[in-house]
Design a protein around this ligand. Structure first.
Ligand code: CP3
Length: 360
């Protein structure tokens, strides 16, 4: 599959193979910081319609690639498509964030959750994946993604975003068995969803555990990492998904990197709290590392962006297996010119590091 690609730096880096320079993509690279995204969203009317209209989802997926020399595309969708398909009644309004009309807070509500037929309920996602692959025509690989069971549980139980996770963490403390039923069911849906994305054409997978850092260490092991294991095992046991690289991103998970790497995943995503050299010392030879520039650096000027990007590259050093990214999603207020400075600096400076290494 790699051979059909015109640019396979991203997949090579995930396999810890040599590349001419460090590949880069940006979490939330399609989004509100791009005026062309805002224009397409206006055409769609609202965010969910944008996700559910494959032609428009394809259009916004490709927008950042037209502007910047990115090394991967990521499917334009959302992690909340699974709970939406389970009938929780998702709405997403500007300034309000995601809301579920029917949060899941009782044993009965968990028992009543339907086992979804992902092929049917989420067909619009797979249609988008097929269309994007066809439009990409091998320019760069396409990343498919999901939320982790724990991160999805926070939205399902809270009914939206939360600062304190009162209900979701309350459920872990008071109803651990019930929590496991919910997480296990969600993990099954996640596995079916990822497999179907690969079948439709996704060439790499990413699991976003955005709210890992809300958990204590024992809670993370029991309620989040255990389901990451389940997901990675299921993908690696299936011959259709075995060779598709999987990256796990647990935001706030700096303390647990060795455990995350031990799941059998191919890449570990880092937030900006962990020095990338420290992560490499711990786990860098076993997995690829993705990250980890502080996204707020992009509020500064191009000169600062270039300086800070070089610091991350120098800190990783001249080894294979680095995929440059931000430590979390790009913010809506960022100037696209700074993104261009970032992407170009990553390619140029990492190529220079390789030249210097070869000459020394
Ligand atoms: O990276 C990409 O370009 C692909 C698209 C993508 C979106 N959401 C689009 C989106 C991806 C990978 C996601 C994942 C996602 N969604 C996560 C995990 C990654 C992370 O950032 O932590 C989470 C926690 C969500 C849930 C979610 N979706 C929230 C909390 C919000 C509202 C926050 C906000 O910025 O308004 C969304 C909406 C959302 N998902 C937008 C986009 C571009 C903004 C919607 C809009 O107003 O256009």
């Amino acid at each position: 599959m790699t051979s059909e690609l015109k640019n396979d730096r991203f997949l090579r880096a995930l396999r810890r193979e040599e590349t001419d320079c460090t590949p880069i993509w940006i979490m939330r690279q399609a989004g509100r910081y791009l005026p062309e995204y805002r224009a397409t969203r206006k055409v769609a009317g609202d965010f969910l319609t944008l996700c559910k209209t494959p032609e428009l989802a394809c259009e916004v997926t490709l927008q950042p690639l037209e502007r910047f020399d990115l090394d991967a595309a990521i499917l334009f969708s959302d992690i909340l498509t699974i709970p939406d398909a389970m009938g929780l009644g998702l709405s997403l309004n500007e300034g309000v964030g995601p809301k579920f009309a029917n949060p899941v807070r009782t044993v009965d509500a968990i028992k009543a959750l339907p086992v979804i037929d992902v092929q049917e309920e989420l067909a619009y996602v797979f249609d988008a994946v097929r269309l994007i692959r066809s439009e990409l025509d091998g320019r760069v690989p396409l990343i498919g993604f999901t939320g982790s069971p724990w991160t999805l549980m926070t939205y399902m139980v809270e009914g939206g975003s939360s600062k304190d996770f009162k209900f979701a963490k309350g459920m872990l403390h008071c109803e651990p068995k019930m929590s496991h039923v919910l997480l296990d069911r969600t993990a099954d849906a996640v596995i079916a969803y990822l497999k179907a994305q690969v079948e439709a054409g996704a060439q790499a997978l990413m699991v976003f555990d955005t709210w890992a850092g809300a958990l204590s260490t024992p809670q993370y092991m029991e309620f989040s990492l255990a389901y990451m294991w389940k997901i990675v095992n299921a993908l690696k046991e299936d011959e259709k998904t075995r060779d598709i690289p999987v990256t796990l991103f647990s935001k706030g998970g700096g303390l647990w990197l060795e455990k995350i790497a031990a799941t059998g995943c191919d890449g570990v995503g880092l937030d900006w709290g962990v020095p990338i050299s420290y992560a490499r010392e711990l786990i860098g030879d076993r997995v690829a590392l993705q990250g980890n520039l502080d996204p707020t650096v992009l509020y500064a000027n191009p000169e600062t962006v270039r300086r800070e990007a070089k610091l991350v590259l120098d800190d990783f050093g001249a080894h294979p297996g680095h995929i440059f990214n931000l430590g979390h999603g790009i913010h809506p207020g960022i100037d696209p010119e700074n993104v261009k400075a970032l992407v170009d600096t990553v390619h140029e400076h990492s190529a220079n590091i390789r030249k210097q290494e070869a000459g020394s």
